[in-house]
Design a protein around this ligand. Structure first.
Ligand code: RB5
Length: 152
């Protein structure tokens, strides 16, 4: 079920991928564009080999600079780009692998980036996890705020 959560909440969402995630990035962009939502595309813009840390850095700047509220990052496994993104203060990038993880990444961790592995995940699962992620607010619970603050 398409909840069109991006439009409902008026969020600015950026998307970035290395060459391994390029095709999935284009797929997601087209899916959202067909529903009237434009994702901010931070590259890469072709299947030519590129380095995922540079895309992760661009995304961190976009979010920490206030140009995007949430981000989507993709590489082959989702692992390299998660590691790179999470080196930045203020970034909480979560590799989503189930419906429950997609909801809890927002609810408990206030994750600001959803990460996917283009080689390891199915498109329909990715779309569903993303919709759950975007539709779920942070719980704002005291213990969750404390744990996030402990990470600096
Ligand atoms: C690129 O070949 C690949 O290493 C990258 O997309 C990613 O899977 C790294 O974690």
């Amino acid at each position: 079920v398409w909840k069109d959560s991006i439009k409902e909440v008026g969020m600015k969402i950026a998307i970035g991928a290395d060459h391994g995630g390029f095709e999935l990035k284009e797929f997601l962009k087209n899916q959202y564009a067909s529903k009237g939502t434009t994702l901010i595309d931070l590259g890469t813009y072709s299947e030519e080999s590129c380095d995922y840390p540079l895309i992760a850095d661009k995304m961190a700047q976009e979010i920490n600079g206030g140009k995007a509220d949430l981000g989507i990052l993709i590489c082959g496994t989702g692992i390299g780009i998660s590691i790179a993104a999470n080196r930045h203060k203020g970034i909480r990038a979560a590799l989503l692998y189930s419906d429950e993880a997609a909801a809890l990444a927002r609810e408990h961790n206030n994750a600001n980036i959803a990460v996917f592995g283009a080689r390891t995940q199915k498109k329909e699962d990715v779309l569903r996890y993303l919709e759950i992620f975007l539709a779920t607010p942070f719980s704002d619970g005291e213990r969750h705020c404390r744990r996030i603050a402990e990470m600096g």
